[in-house]
Design a protein around this ligand. Structure first.
Ligand code: DMJ
Length: 579
C-alpha cells in the first residue's frame, strides 16, 4: 500500500508542532473554574507524596537503586530491569543511586533547587559506571542517561540559583562516560543494538540477540542530545542508524513487530500494538521531530501513526495485530497503553485522545488503579498480569489533556489518581506497587519512575510554573529536555520560542489551540479511498484551518457525532461540549 501523503507541507507541520507546544505549555491559572484553594491543596498533596517517597528512599535505600518500602530496605535493581528471569546478576554491584538520578529533574520541577544541588554534588563525587554489571540498554538509557542529561541542562539553566560552587558539567561527564559504554552494543551487522551490555566489559559472550522494538527504537532523544552537548556525533549516529534499520523492517502496512534479532534484522514476534515492547518507539519519533526538526522523523511518525489508527484502533480501544496482515491478535488493554492519549494530544488529535482517556479512566475507577493487562473481549483481568507498579502513563495523559484543553475535569481525574495512590499504595516506608488489583495486595517495590514520572505529571497538573519560561519535551521517563533553536533543523538560530504566541506570518502573532493540527488520520483515509466522509454524521469545519468566529463555523465530529464549538482561542473543538 502506498504511504499516505502528509496532511500538511513540512514547514507548516513544523509550525503546527511549535504552536502545539506553545499551546500545551501556556498556562493561565484560575481561569478554568477550578478553585485556587483546591488547586493549592492538590499541589500540596502531590508534594507530600513525592517527599514521602523521596525521603524514605534517601533514608533506607540511597545510594542503592530503589526502595523496598514494606521492609524499609533497598534493591540494586538496575541489573534486574527488563531481566525477567534474573539472569547473569552481578556479584559485586552496589547500586548507582538510580532513584536519586531519576528524582533530580523532578526536584527542579517542584522548585527544590537546594536538594537538586545536594544530589548533583553527591553524584559528582561518588557515581561511577565502571562496574561489572550487565544492564538493559533501553532502561539504562531512559533512566540514567536521560536523568543525567536532563539534570545537566537544568543545572545550566538554574546555575544562578545554585549556592555552593559553580556547576562544572559534572553530570555531563557522567553521561558521556555512560554513553561511551553503550556504544559497543551497536557493533552488530545491522546496527541494531544488543539489548544487554556489561557496563565494564561490553557485550558478553553468547549474549542474547533478541531485543524489542522499543529497546532499539527509543534511544534517539537521549543519545541525540548527548551528541549535541558533547560535540561527539557517535551517540546520535548510532541511535539514528538503529532507528532507520528498524523502520526499514516495517511491513507493507507500515506496522512493526514487537521483538527482533539484532544480528539478522529479522522479526521474532510479528504481533504488536502500542503497549509493552513498542510504546516508546512511536513516542520518540514524534518527540525527535519536535526536538531536532528533521523531516525524516516526521515522515516515519506520520506513516506509523496512521497505521496504528487504522489497524489497532477499535473505537476508543487499541488491540494488537499481526504486522503482516493487520489481523487482530490480542484484544487487551494494558496499563502502558495509557500514554497514547498523551501522545495524541501532543500531536493535536485531541478528540481521539479524549475518547481513549475516558475509557482508561473507567477501568481505573473500576479497579481503583490500572491493571497491567485487562482482557477486552471478556471484560476481565488477565489471569497473571494483575499488578499495578505505580505506573505514570494515565497521569501523564491526564496532564497533556489538561494542558491542551484547560478543562477542569482533568484536574478531578487527577484527584482520583492521587486519592487511589494514597489510599491503596502509601505505606509507612514509601509507596508500594500493587501485586494484584483484585485484592490490592502490595509488593515490596517503589519503582524509580514513581518519582521521575508519576509524581512529576501529577504535580504539573496543579502547578505548571516550571513550563512557563521554556518549551520542553519530556522523555519517556519524564525527564524534560528543552526545545532549542540551536539543536533544531528548522528554527533559525535567533528564533526564541515563546508561550502562546508564535510568529507564523511576518507580522502576525497568533494564539492557537491543539486542535489547529490537521494531522487527523480521517482526512488522509478519506482522500485515499476517495469517499467523501468517514462517518455519516461528519460535517467539516467551515475553514480547513479550524479557525472560527462563532459556533456556526464549526462542524460535527466524525467519531462521536457531537457538534463542535468555537473555543476561546478561536478554534473549533469538541471537548467544550463533552463536559
Ligand atoms: C517507564 O519506565 C517509561 O515510561 C517506559 O517508556 C515504559 N513505562 C515505564 C513506566 O511505566
Amino acid at each position: 500500500m502506498r504511504s499516505p501523503e502528509p496532511c500538511l507541507p513540512a514547514p507548516a507541520r513544523l509550525a503546527v508542532v511549535a504552536l502545539l507546544l506553545a499551546a500545551l505549555i501556556g498556562g493561565a491559572v484560575g481561569v478554568d473554574g477550578y478553585g485556587r484553594a483546591r488547586r493549592l491543596h492538590m499541589k500540596n498533596k502531590v508534594l507530600e507524596m513525592f517527599y514521602h517517597a523521596y525521603d524514605n528512599y534517601m533514608t533506607y535505600a540511597f545510594p542503592h537503586d530503589e526502595l523496598k518500602p514494606l521492609t524499609k530496605s533497598f534493591t540494586d535493581s538496575l541489573s534486574e530491569l527488563g531481566n525477567l528471569n534474573l539472569e547473569h546478576l552481578p556479584q559485586d554491584y552496589n547500586g548507582s543511586a538510580l532513584t536519586l538520578v531519576e528524582s533530580l529533574s523532578s526536584l527542579v520541577v517542584l522548585g527544590n533547587i537546594t536538594e537538586f544541588e545536594r544530589g548533583i554534588l553527591w553524584l559528582s563525587e561518588n557515581l561511577t559506571f565502571d562496574v561489572d554489571a550487565r544492564i538493559n540498554l533501553f532502561e539504562c538509557n531512559i533512566r540514567l542517561l536521560g536523568g543525567l542529561i536532563s539534570a545537566h541542562l537544568l543545572a545550566k539553566d538554574y546555575s544562578s540559583q545554585l549556592k555552593d560552587e559553580p556547576y562544572q558539567d559534572q553530570l555531563l561527564h557522567l553521561a558521556e562516560s555512560l554513553g561511551n559504554r553503550f556504544l559497543p552494543a551497536f557493533e552488530t551487522p545491522t546496527g541494531l543494538p544488543y539489548a544487554w551490555i556489561n557496563l565494564k566489559y561490553g557485550v558478553m559472550e553468547n549474549e542474547t540477540t533478541e531485543t524489542s522494538t522499543s529497546g532499539c527504537g527509543s534511544l534517539i532523544l537521549e543519545m541525540g542530545v548527548l551528541s549535541r552537548l558533547t560535540g561527539d556525533s557517535r551517540y546520535e549516529a548510532a541511535a539514528l542508524r538503529a532507528l532507520r534499520k528498524l523502520w526499514s523492517m516495517r511491513s507493507s502496512l507500515n506496522l512493526v513487530g514487537t521483538t527482533l534479532d539484532v544480528l539478522t534484522g529479522k522479526w521474532i514476534e510479528y504481533s504488536s500494538g502500542i503497549g509493552a515492547g513498542v510504546d516508546s518507539f512511536y513516542e520518540y519519533l514524534i518527540k525527535a521531530y519536535i526536538l531536532f526538526g528533521s523531516d525524516e522523523y516526521w515522515d516515519m511518525f506520520h506513516s506509523a501513526y496512521l497505521a496504528v489508527q487504522k489497524y489497532f484502533r477499535h473505537g476508543p480501544w487499541y488491540h494488537e495485530a499481526d504486522m503482516r496482515t493487520g489481523e487482530a491478535t490480542h484484544w487487551q488493554l494494558t496499563s502502558l497503553q495509557a500514554f497514547w492519549p498523551g501522545l495524541q494530544t501532543l500531536l493535536g488529535d485531541v478528540a481521539a485522545a479524549n475518547l481513549s482517556h475516558r475509557e482508561f479512566y473507567n477501568v481505573w475507577q473500576r479497579f481503583g488503579v490500572l491493571p497491567e493487562r485487562y482482557l477486552l473481549d471478556y471484560g476481565v483481568l488477565h489471569p497473571t498480569e494483575k499488578y499495578y507498579p505505580l505506573r505514570p502513563e494515565f497521569a501523564e495523559s491526564t496532564f497533556y489533556l489538561y494542558q491542551a484543553t484547560k478543562d477542569p475535569w482533568y484536574l478531578e481525574v487527577g484527584e482520583t489518581i492521587i486519592g487511589s495512590l494514597n489510599y491503596y499504595t502509601k505505606v509507612d516506608g514509601g509507596f508500594a506497587s500493587v501485586r494484584d488489583v483484585s485484592t490490592m495486595k502490595l509488593e515490596d517495590h517503589q519503582h524509580s519512575f514513581f518519582l521521575s514520572e508519576t509524581c512529576k505529571y501529577l504535580f504539573l497538573l496543579y502547578d505548571d510554573s516550571f513550563l512557563r519560561n521554556q518549551n520542553y519535551i519530556f522523555t519517556t521517563e519524564g525527564h524534560p529536555l528543552p526545545v532549542r533553536s540551536t539543536w533544531h533543523a528548522k528554527f533559525p538560530a535567533t528564533h526564541v520560542l515563546s508561550n502562546w504566541t508564535f510568529v507564523k506570518d511576518e507580522n502576525q502573532p497568533i494564539r492557537v489551540s491543539a486542535l489547529s493540527s490537521q494531522v487527523c488520520p480521517e482526512t488522509v483515509f478519506r482522500k485515499s479511498i476517495g469517499s467523501p466522509w468517514e462517518s455519516a454524521c461528519h460535517v467539516p469545519d467551515v475553514y480547513a484551518s479550524h479557525r472560527c468566529r462563532t459556533d456556526d463555523d464549526c462542524g460535527t465530529e466524525a467519531v462521536t457525532c457531537k457538534k463542535r464549538t468555537c473555543s476561546m482561542a478561536g478554534y473549533c473543538s469538541l471537548w467544550l461540549v463533552i463536559y
